[in-house]
Design a protein around this ligand. Structure first.
Ligand code: S3P
Length: 163
């Protein structure tokens, strides 16, 4: 099976759904953000701080390229498609699922999530996050083979729908 790639904005549940799918299908989960941090030996905010967004995107691309093997679940970060080289790789895949949620619900989740530090959302005004979503929304649709509405669904429901 070609890998299942989960894309979507911050707060759409890519990692949680990835974990559930990995359990249900008994296949490996690649959490791109986690792997970037492991390889770099520093946190995502530290990478942004020290290397800028450009440095982070290049690291994201390297991790994606090296893990795009078959039979895996790949939970991406919400901005992966902003980097053309990463977008090109994802656009060539055929099991790409866009977890699409109402932006107000996603903002609510992002602000509640204290464990995940997101340099592109923390300390941003709601209007700025909405603008970022609007800029990115089309690219999620362009890359996706399937669009799953995640707004009012549990992680289990979303995983079942993907299966
Ligand atoms: C980002 C989303 C984050 C992480 C980084 C940048 C983005 O991942 O990759 O902070 O540009 O939207 P999540 O979508 O898992 O929050």
């Amino acid at each position: 099976m070609e890998s299942i790639i989960l894309i979507g904005f911050m707060g759409s549940g890519k990692s949680s759904v990835g974990k559930e799918l990995s359990k249900l299908l008994n296949i490996n989960l690649v959490e791109v953000d986690q792997l970037i941090a492991d390889v770099a030996g520093k946190s995502i905010p530290e990478i942004f701080e020290e290397e800028g967004e450009a440095g982070f995107r290049e690291r994201e691309f390297e991790v994606l390229k090296e893990n795009l093997l078959s039979n895996q679940i790949i939970a991406t970060g919400g901005g992966i498609l902003t980097y053309p080289k990463s977008a090109e790789l994802i656009n060539r895949q055929s099991n790409v699922f866009f977890l699409k949620g109402d932006i107000n619900v996603l903002i609510e989740r992002i602000s509640r999530d204290k464990t995940n530090q997101r340099p592109l959302a923390n300390q941003k005004k709601e209007s700025e996050i909405i603008s970022l979503y609007k800029i990115r929304e089309q690219s999620y649709h362009d890359a996706a083979n399937y669009v799953i509405d995640v707004t009012h669904k549990s992680i289990t429901q979303i995983a079942q729908e993907i299966l």
